[in-house]
Ligand binder design. Structure first.
Ligand SMILES: [Zn+2]
Length: 330
């Protein structure tokens, strides 16, 4: 039996899984640990290595049975060389992730941006299976996108394509940490939801979501908002609708620019899509120049596993293409 390893290295969590040669996740098992962010360059790396070693132990797999490893990471990164250009959370600047993993595990390694791998997973095995031009949008702590053109990842010149969250939708809007103003993610990410809830709470706005938090600002987040919306809280439902509108306006720019076959939306906030999908479609259709069908927007069913599936597809295809280990080692 031969296997592939997959790693999803995030700002908060690091997940690892084992896949069969056919791309099936072994026992549907994902091992997740907190990322050792802000602990320095080697802490994050050693922590990831341990997660991978745990997976090998768990399944009693020997490295001789592993054909390769796929890794998803937040950008910006150089996918060809597997170098993480700048990840302040991890303490990484020009960090040679691919070389380090290749040396330590002695197998071929492929690295790409997590949103790009989300797109790859959805197009290879998910709800956009077999479609040509697919965009995966993640709505979680931030907002990002992965773009597949003719089934291939579009990286752009420097690997920086897909910064959908930094599309400016308000000329004189809020200042974003990226230096721009009015960026989309300031209005509809998980972070934005937290900020809005805290502001409203301090203003004394009434709503079940604030009752549920019982004065604890730390509890105010997208999950609690969904809980309150579930119980019919008018404030929470209206906020989700506003988020859907903003996302819809943002997506209309993607439709006008790419005319994609499908946009798949994933990420933590997307789990509550029942509360915002109507507003999203309405806003999207009102701003898109071409005709948008309801089925061109889908919500990821792979959820938290999407990057792992994409990482597996990435390395599986590289290995299948005959890029043998000696090639990938250098
Ligand atoms: Zn920005």
């Amino acid at each position: 039996m031969k296997y592939f390893l997959a790693l999803d290295l995030g700002g908060t969590k690091t997940s690892a899984a084992l896949f069969t040669q056919e791309g099936v996740m072994a026992e549907n098992y994902v091992y997740t640990v907190a990322s050792k962010t802000f602990h320095g360059e080697s802490a994050v790396y050693e922590n990831s290595k341990k997660a991978l070693e745990h997976i090998l132990d768990q399944f009693k797999v020997d490295m001789s049975e592993v054909l390769g490893m796929g890794v998803g990471c937040p950008g910006p990164l150089d996918a060809d060389r597997g170098i993480i250009l700048n990840a302040p959370l991890m303490g990484w600047k020009n960090f040679p992730l691919k070389d380090r993993l290749t040396q330590d595990f002695q197998i071929p390694v492929r690295v790409d941006n997590d949103c790009n791998l989300g797109a790859l997973a959805e197009q290879r095995q998910g709800c956009a299976m077999g479609l040509k031009n697919v965009i995966y949008v993640t709505v979680s702590t931030g907002v990002g996108a992965g773009i597949l053109i003719d089934g291939q990842i579009y990286h752009g010149k420097t690997g920086g394509a897909g910064e959908f969250g930094h599309l400016s939708i308000e000329e004189n809007g809020k200042l974003c940490p990226c230096g721009n103003r009015g960026c989309l993610e300031l209005y509809c990410s998980g972070t934005a939801i937290k900020d809005i809830l805290v502001q409203e709470s301090r203003k004394g706005t009434k709503g079940l979501v604030f009752d549920l938090a019982a004065g604890n600002e730390g509890k105010l987040d997208a999950k609690l908002l969904a809980e309150a919306a579930e119980q019919g809280d008018a404030f929470s439902l209206a906020l989700f609708e506003r988020i859907g509108e903003r996302l819809g306006y943002g997506l209309s720019n993607l439709f006008n620019l790419f005319d994609p076959d499908m946009v798949v939306i994933g990420g933590g906030v997307s789990k509550s899509h029942q509360f915002f999908e109507e507003a999203l479609l309405r806003a999207l259709k009102s701003r898109a120049i071409g005709y948008v069908q309801d089925g061109q927007i889908a919500y990821s069913s792979m959820c938290d596993k999407v990057v792992l599936y994409g990482a597996c597809s990435l390395i599986r295809e590289a290995v299948e293409k005959g890029e043998k280990s000696c090639h990938l080692l250098h």
